[in-house]
Design a binder for this molecule. Structure first.
Ligand SMILES: [Zn+2]
Length: 257
């Protein structure tokens, strides 16, 4: 995973502490991406993100203690940040962190197949918030062995590979994956800091975050096609392909080549 990039300007001395905490948020965002398919590491990274993000506005206030004019210039950005869903939740409960139970009601998943980057089939399948995507996949494999209809509906064919999708949702942010919630909070804290930097007469911060991965891509975990066929259907597709090639070569007329 990428390291947080340094800001384009070596200065920002006045608000260095707030920018440092914001860079830390960037780091935690990548940890959330990296651990997305493992419940505890994901939740720990999320909570680290929340702890760091909620400190940014306060540190900025302290950094700007002797800059009343700059504080006035960034008042609008402060207001926008305070209306963000995550910061509203943080204001309601000072110790707001995501515990296991909060993830139970809404987080869910699907199984299906992908072909290249395209999703071919996706049908609902419970991916429980307490289990890793690998564990959910094992349950799915076991279900496909006994349930031929499920296997036919959702399993891979000759061109596609098996995959699992999952989401992390909590009732406080309906319909918003927690990875999106965190990114939005990162962006808004960044806009606030950027406004302060510009008001201090320095070049703006880089808010593009090109190293970020798409949430849709992160939500998918792809599995091995050969392994699926072997374990569910008892067929070694590579062996079959080899035999097919052999048969084809043997029966090919010399004029074909
Ligand atoms: Zn990055």
């Amino acid at each position: 995973m990428d390291q947080p990039r340094k800001t384009s300007s070596p200065r920002h001395g006045t608000i260095e502490s707030s920018i440092d905490r914001w860079q830390e948020c960037h780091w935690h965002l990548h940890q959330m991406e990296m651990h997305y398919h493992n419940p505890e590491p994901f939740r720990y990274s999320l909570n680290s993100f929340i702890r760091a993000a909620k400190e940014v506005p306060g540190i900025l206030q302290a950094d700007l203690q002797n800059h009343a004019q700059v504080r006035a210039q960034v008042a609008t950005e402060f207001e926008i940040l305070n209306q963000n869903t995550l910061f509203v939740a943080l204001k309601k409960r000072r110790d707001f962190l995501v515990h296991r139970g909060m993830l139970e009601p809404q987080s869910n998943g699907s199984v299906g197949t992908t072909e290249g980057h395209q999703i071919k089939v996706a049908i609902p399948f419970p991916v429980f918030p307490h289990e890793s995507s690998d564990e959910a996949y094992e349950r799915y494999i076991a279900s496909c062995r006994t349930n031929k209809i499920l296997r036919q509906l959702s399993g891979p064919d000759s061109g596609s590979g098996p995959a699992i999708w999952r989401t992390w949702l909590i009732p406080q942010f309906p319909g918003h994956d927690l990875l999106e919630v965190a990114f939005e909070a990162w962006l808004l804290t960044g806009r606030l800091l950027c406004a302060a930097v510009v008001a201090l007469g320095e070049p703006p911060l880089d808010l593009e975050l090109l190293c970020r991965h798409s949430v849709n891509d992160i939500q998918i975990k792809r599995f091995n096609r050969r392994d699926f066929f072997l374990r569910v259907d008892g067929i070694d597709i590579e062996e079959e392909a080899r035999r097919y090639r052999e048969f084809f070569d043997k029966h090919r007329k010399p004029s074909d080549s």
